[in-house]
Write a protein that binds this ligand. Structure first.
Ligand SMILES: *[C@@H]1O[C@H](CO)[C@@H](O)[C@H](O)[C@H]1NC(C)=O
Ligand SMILES: *[C@@H]1O[C@H](CO)[C@@H](O)[C@H](O)[C@H]1NC(C)=O
Ligand SMILES: *[C@@H]1O[C@H](CO)[C@@H](O)[C@H](O)[C@H]1NC(C)=O
Length: 334
């Protein structure tokens, strides 16, 4: 604000002006400036999305189905109730852990945005099951140059949410920003050599944020705010969702500290033109990584009795009945 260019006529006028500017500042900070741009919910939910049917770019043991195939296989449903179902096959015994992987779904919004407020309300998500690797995220057209924002992501039996940015080199975030999550890695860049691809990541360690406890609580709301200056993510468990979100007048300045606050990288240089993606992957370079599958925190090798993630996902279909999204709405505000 250009306060410094104003020459006050007196100390009184200066004080009054300061008060007025402060009030203006307060109202700008507290009034919602966001207007609903796009809503995905209810019976027409799937009309706004493309179904990805290519091979999984992250090596997952998964076969992504088209809309009509997913519909016939009962893996998607937007007809029966207010919430939309996006699941995976949980009845087929896959003949071999090296065959095509378990049928599943990966959808991406037909529209794309630079900046905005992205709010997903989920009753249930696919986490909390060995072999799963679900995510609710956004992606630009030319990875890693146009960036990736992972809003909800986890693997296997994780009981925390991983919030992560992926970008091209020269994007590192500061650890000085106030947030409730814990900074895990600060370099967002992808380096093919020697192979750094974990991005900059912040964990939301509340068990309600992901997996079994998230589902037991009836899920909650994830909100991602993307501006020129920062990218922030909040999670509100069911029962603690701010009323301005349910009223469709979301005002992030009233929500308190975000779980994740990414600042310090030149956001507009690295993040552009994102579509929203929702998918349900299995195994691959995260959940299926031998050290992750066998790690003491996940202990999926011990718990399932299968040496590899692919074998478990291939041979134990019933385990994936619980690996589904139940979506009340995904809304984008500008
Ligand atoms: C790297 O980013 C900084 C800001 O964080 C910027 O000042 C600098 O010009 C960038 N360097 C290159 C090579 O793009
Ligand atoms: C993972 O655990 C399984 C079962 O205990 C074992 O057979 C396998 O060799 C382990 N893999 C690695 C890479 O440690
Ligand atoms: C699926 O097939 C494998 C390999 O033939 C077998 O070991 C496994 O028990 C089968 N799973 C079920 C649930 O029948």
């Amino acid at each position: 604000m250009a306060v410094h260019s104003f020459t006050p006529k007196s100390a009184g006028a200066s004080f009054l002006l300061a008060c007025l500017l402060y009030l203006q500042y307060v109202s700008a900070q507290t009034g919602s400036v966001y207007q609903l741009d796009t809503e995905y919910s209810g019976v027409n939910f799937f009309d706004g999305w493309d179904f990805y049917t290519g091979g999984d770019p992250t090596g997952g043991f998964v076969t992504y189905y088209s809309r009509s195939s997913a519909q016939s296989a009962g893996m998607i449903d937007s007809t029966t109730s207010q919430s939309v179902y996006v699941g995976s096959d949980y009845t087929s015994n896959i003949s071999s852990p090296t065959a095509a992987g378990r049928p599943s779904v990966r959808i991406s919004s037909q529209r794309s945005w630079t900046h905005g407020l992205f709010i997903g309300d989920f009753n249930h998500a696919p986490g909390g099951v060995c072999g799963t690797w679900p995510a609710f995220w956004t992606l630009g057209p030319n990875w890693p140059y146009t960036g990736e924002i992972d809003i909800l992501e986890g693997a296997n039996l994780n009981d925390y949410n991983g919030i992560t940015l992926h970008a091209s080199p020269n994007c590192t975030i500061a650890d000085t920003s106030p947030m409730t999550g814990a900074l895990q890695t600060d370099n967002c860049a992808y380096y093919p050599q020697p192979g750094y691809n974990v991005g900059c990541s912040i964990s939301d360690d509340r068990t309600s944020a992901y997996g079994t406890t998230f589902n037991q609580n009836g899920g909650g709301v994830y909100a991602m705010q993307w501006t020129t200056d920062y990218i922030r993510v909040w999670f509100f468990p069911r029962g603690s969702i701010p009323s301005d979100i349910t009223d469709l007048t979301p005002d992030p300045s009233s929500w308190g500290l975000p779980a994740a606050n990414f600042e310090g990288c030149v956001i507009d240089q690295h993040f552009q033109d994102h579509k929203i993606i929702l998918n349900n992957d299995f195994c691959g370079s995260y959940a299926g990584d031998a050290s992750v599958w066998n790690s003491s925190s996940d202990s999926c090798a011990t718990q399932t009795g299968y040496a590899t993630c692919n074998e478990y996902v291939a041979f134990q279909p019933a385990a994936f009945q619980d690996a589904y999204w139940s979506i009340n709405s995904i809304r984008v505000y500008q």
